[in-house]
Design a protein around this ligand. Structure first.
Ligand code: FES
Length: 121
């Protein structure tokens, strides 16, 4: 396993992302609410740049006891990112496709050493 330097955490703002390369692999690194998440940038649909599209709050549906809808709203804490080619949407905390959680991007560990952020691959 190798560690690849990403950037200084003090220079990496919440809501930003970095795309890094380790060998043949491109990896997207996100910072969300002071946490870091790293995934393969190879979309599981048709190989698009999965980590380079929009980031968007998860859409939640609120149900009554009888399961009828009270409407939709954006989550205040959960975030997704969307592949720019055809819209596959992935959970930022898990890398799972939001409609089919069995479909998951490869996830990489993040190591923080002082102010330096590394991806382990
Ligand atoms: S290649 Fe990513 S949604 Fe199609």
């Amino acid at each position: 396993m190798a560690e690849q330097f990403v950037c200084k955490s003090s220079e990496f703002k919440n809501g930003e992302r970095q795309i890094i390369r380790i060998g043949e692999e491109e990896i997207g690194v996100f910072k969300h609410e002071d946490e870091y998440f790293a995934y393969s940038n190879f979309c599981l649909h048709q190989g698009g740049p999965a980590c380079e599209g929009l980031t968007i709050a998860r859409v939640e549906e609120h149900l009554r006891a009888d399961k009828t809808s009270m409407g939709l709203s954006f989550s205040e804490k959960d975030m997704n990112f969307v592949c720019p080619w055809h819209g596959y949407e992935y959970d930022m905390r898990t890398g799972a496709h939001v409609a089919d959680p069995k479909v998951r991007l490869r996830k990489y560990d993040i190591v923080k050493k002082g102010d330096d952020i590394y991806v382990v691959a």
